[in-house]
Design a binder for this molecule. Structure first.
Ligand SMILES: Nc1ncnc2c1ncn2[C@@H]1O[C@H](COP(=O)(O)OP(=O)(O)OP(=O)(O)O)[C@@H](O)[C@H]1O
Ligand SMILES: [Mg+2]
Length: 291
C-alpha cells in the first residue's frame, strides 16, 4: 500500500482536517490536498495531482487582484481570502508549489464547511466540446434547479455531537428540494433561535457578494465556489460567549482558477446560483424551529 501522503509533510505543516470539497489527499494518486501552515494559514497546491500539469492561473489571479488599484478589484479582494504569496512545500519526493491564503476556519473547534460551486456552466468557453459535455452532465439535480452544486460539506451535528464529511456523491444525490435539507443540516437548524445570528451574518456577507456581482462587468467566474463556514462550538449549550463571537461565520468567494473577461456583461451564470444560495439561507432562517 502506498504511504499516506499526509505522513510525508514537513514539520509544522499538517493536512487541513475539515476540508469540504476540492482535491483531497489521496495516496493512490499521490494527490496533495489543502494544508495548514504553522501560522494557521492555508497552503493550497497549484497542482494537486502530480500526473496532471495545471497552470498557475489562480496564483496569477490573486496577484493581479492584490496589486490592483481598480476599485472593482479592491472590493473583490475583501470578499475573498487574504493572499500571502506562494510557498514551496516538500512532500515526499515532490516539490509542491502552494498559494498561501487566509484560513476562515482558523482556531475552530467544530468546523462546519459548505463548499458551493456556483453556476450551471462550470467550464470555460474555450474548453473542448467533450469536456464541456462531461462537466454539464455532473450534479444536474442541483445545477439545473438552483444553479450550483455541492462538491463537499463538513458538518458538526450539535444534536449528536459528531462530525460528518460529505463528499462528491452527497452533492450528486441532491436535487432542488433536498438541497434545502442540506442547508438545514449544515446550519444545525434544530438548535432553533440560537442559529439565527449565524444565518443573519451569512446573509449580510452573501449580500455583499451579491452587491459586487450585480455591479461588476469585469469578470465571469467558472467553477468558482462560495464557501460558508462557522464554528458549531458557538451553538453548544453552555458555550459561555455570545453565539456570533464564538461561531465566527463567514461567506466568501474561493477558487479562482477559471476567471474570464466578462466584456461588459453581468455574470448571469454566477448570479443565478448566488441568488438561490441567498434564498436558501433566508429560508432556513425563516423556518427555524422554536428553541
Ligand atoms: N480560505 C479558506 N478557508 C478555509 N477553508 C478553505 C479555504 N479555501 C479552501 N478551503 C477548503 O478547501 C476546499 C477546497 O478548496 P478549493 O475549491 O479552493 O480547492 P480545489 O482543490 O481547487 O477544488 P476544485 O477541485 O474545485 O478545483 C474547500 O472546500 C474548503 O474546505
Ligand atoms: Mg473547489
Amino acid at each position: 500500500m502506498a504511504a499516506k501522503v499526509e505522513d510525508q509533510l514537513p514539520d509544522g505543516i499538517t493536512a487541513l482536517d475539515n476540508q469540504g470539497g476540492g482535491h483531497m489527499f489521496n495516496a493512490k494518486k499521490g494527490m496533495v490536498g489543502i494544508m495548514l501552515d504553522s501560522d494557521g494559514r492555508l497552503l493550497k497546491p497549484v497542482c494537486p495531482d502530480a500526473s496532471v500539469q495545471e497552470e498557475d492561473d489562480e496564483v496569477r489571479f490573486y496577484e493581479k487582484i492584490a496589486n490592483s488599484a481598480d476599485p472593482v478589484d479592491r472590493e473583490l479582494a475583501g470578499l475573498a481570502p487574504k493572499y500571502f504569496g506562494t510557498r514551496t512545500v516538500t512532500v515526499g519526493e515532490r516539490e509542491v508549489l502552494c498559494m498561501k491564503v487566509e484560513n476562515f476556519t482558523r482556531g475552530f473547534r467544530h468546523a462546519c464547511v459548505l463548499d458551493i460551486k456556483v453556476g450551471r456552466v462550470t467550464s470555460i468557453p474555450t474548453a473542448p466540446e467533450h469536456k464541456r459535455k462531461h462537466e454539464a452532465s455532473k450534479y444536474t439535480g442541483t445545477r439545473h434547479t438552483v444553479g450550483f452544486s455541492v462538491p463537499g460539506m463538513t458538518v458538526f451535528d450539535v444534536s449528536r455531537g459528531a462530525v460528518t464529511q460529505h463528499g462528491k456523491e452527497f452533492g450528486k444525490g441532491l436535487n432542488g428540494d433536498t438541497v434545502a435539507d442540506a442547508f438545514r443540516a449544515f446550519l444545525n437548524a434544530p438548535c432553533g433561535a440560537r442559529v439565527r445570528p449565524i444565518c443573519d451574518s451569512l446573509i449580510t456577507q452573501l449580500e455583499s457578494i451579491h452587491s459586487w456581482f450585480s455591479r461588476q462587468r469585469k469578470y465571469q467566474f467558472f467553477a468558482s465556489s462560495i464557501l460558508l463556514t462557522y464554528d458549531a462550538a458557538g451553538l453548544l449549550p453552555g458555550c459561555g460567549s455570545p453565539v456570533l463571537a464564538a461561531a465566527r461565520p463567514a461567506a466568501r468567494m474561493i477558487d479562482f482558477a477559471h476567471a474570464w473577461p466578462a466584456a461588459g456583461a453581468a455574470d448571469a451564470n454566477y448570479l443565478e446560483g448566488l441568488q438561490h444560495v441567498l434564498r436558501l439561507v433566508r429560508l432556513v432562517r425563516e423556518t427555524l424551529p422554536p428553541a
